[in-house]
Design a protein around this ligand. Sequence first.
Ligand code: ZN
Length: 66
Amino acid sequence: MFYPACDCCGADCTNPENEYYEFICDECEQNAAEAAYERHCEAFHDGGATQFKSLQQQQIEARRLK
Ligand SMILES: [Zn+2]
């Protein structure tokens, strides 16, 4: 049985193509759903001021990696 590679992580994908004609494995699908949910919550709570916040967050995380 041949499984296509997940477009996201490259692992074997047992799911059919999604509506965007992408193969996304269960794990990445779950991660994407959680990320989308978090974005939705942030947008809901601060009324769209997330762009600056997320940039700041990225800078904090970039510093942590060094
Ligand atoms: Zn994947």
